[in-house]
Ligand binder design. Structure first.
Ligand code: H2U
Ligand code: ZN
Length: 351
């Protein structure tokens, strides 16, 4: 009996953050119990008078949203970080340590439409969101008090998203937080040794093997990473190594919009539901250096496992030991590859 990644319990290494994952494929070999649920065809109004993100409506701080026509950015009224925090720190024997942290939070409404999530938007409308991410990164990166800019989206109530109006967030702060700091150390070590970015070398392997690739266009590749811990986790990678959005060409930005649209349609089609996830960009820190080792990418972390309601929980072993999965990344990639790029709601509407 020889070792087989599709059958035998094993550990996989995540070179991007230096951590390990336990894969137990034998547990997933029981028959697919994809619970049959009716397609979610719930419709929302294009404008909701009670939504604090819709154009023209009031927010909790009393401000009124403009009658915006494209993406709309405003300062988060309940930002986790503030730029008026006084400096200060605490250190008790090296064990109790604290430091004041400064920064800001912003909310990005993807469009005026209350009812259109990314997979239901046109590539041009998604490109407008990419442009806003780029402009926000550029503006914040230029500030001496901002060392890192995190752009992300929480989608769906299951991910703690409080408002269905499609929107993302930006948290920008003085220091580099944990996940990008880990990825930065790993990428720097690889670049120092090989003179190429870690993700350039990784992508070359994935393009050769093809087993985990979900979709490609001229400038981007979407794949289920070898070390994915969430069942249908994906990595969205530019073929050309650039450290941040401002380095992308027009064609690459259009390519990103295309990749995001096609990926999120496949996600919605998988369980015929508006597919929840946390997703976001990882880009170079903005504290000064050029960071040539940084290879911009997006992560999608979706919680669903078997159906619109059966999700993966990161609990006992995952909390106490390390991440674990049953279905293999290769199998998950195959499921996503098998999906149509016509949104199921559009397909149902045209019969
Ligand atoms: P989430 O549902 O993804 O948490 O996003 C909603 C964000 O909008 C949340 O961060 C902000 C919340 O603080 N918000 C405002 O800034 N103003 C409001 O009037 C309501 C919500
Ligand atoms: Zn709305």
């Amino acid at each position: 009996m020889s070792f087989d990644l599709a059958q035998h319990p094993h550990r996989r290494y995540n070179p991007l953050n230096g951590e390990w994952l336990l894969v137990s494929p034998h547990r997933a070999r029981r028959p697919w119990q994809g619970q049959q649920e009716a397609p979610d065809t719930a419709a929302r109004p294009a404008h909701d008078p009670t939504c604090y993100l819709c154009p023209g409506n009031g927010r909790v701080n009393g401000e009124q949203n403009p009658d915006y026509a494209g993406p709309f950015v405003f300062d988060n009224d309940f930002a986790a970080l503030r730029d008026d925090t006084p400096a200060g720190h605490l250190n008790q024997g090296g064990l109790l340590r604290a430091e004041a942290e400064t920064g800001l939070g912003r909310v990005i409404c993807f469009s005026p439409r209350h009812d259109l999530t990314l997979p239901e938007m046109s590539a041009a409308a998604i490109r407008a969101v990419v442009d806003v991410w780029t402009a926000q990164f550029q503006e914040l990166a230029a500030r001496p008090d901002i060392g890192y800019v995190q752009i992300f989206e929480n989608k769906g109530a299951v991910m703690g998203c409080s408002n269905p109006h499609p929107h993302g967030q930006i948290w920008a702060q003085r220091t580099v937080p944990g996940e990008p700091a880990k990825e930065g150390r790993q990428q720097l070590a690889h670049y120092a040794e090989h003179g190429r970015t870690l993700l350039t070398d990784y992508l070359e392997i994935e393009l050769r093997e093809q087993t985990r690739v979900v979709l490609e266009n001229a400038h981007w590749v979407v794949l289920v990473p070898f070390w994915a811990s969430w069942p249908f986790e994906t990595l969205v990678l530019p073929r050309r190594a650039v450290p941040d959005l401002t380095q992308l060409t027009e064609a690459e930005k259009n390519g990103l919009a295309d990749a995001l649209r096609r990926l999120t349609i496949r996600y919605d089609n998988l369980f015929q539901t508006s597919f929840p996830y946390s997703a976001g960009l990882h880009q170079r820190p903005t504290d000064g250096p050029a960071y040539p080792e940084w290879h911009l990418h997006l992560h999608f972390f979706p919680p669903l496992l078997r159906s619109a309601t059966v999700r993966k929980f990161m609990v006992g072993y995952e909390l106490l030991a390390n991440a674990q999965r049953d279905i293999t990344p290769e199998w998950a990639a195959g499921q996503l590859r098998a999906q149509s790029e016509v949104h199921y709601k559009a397909a149902l509407a045209t019969g």
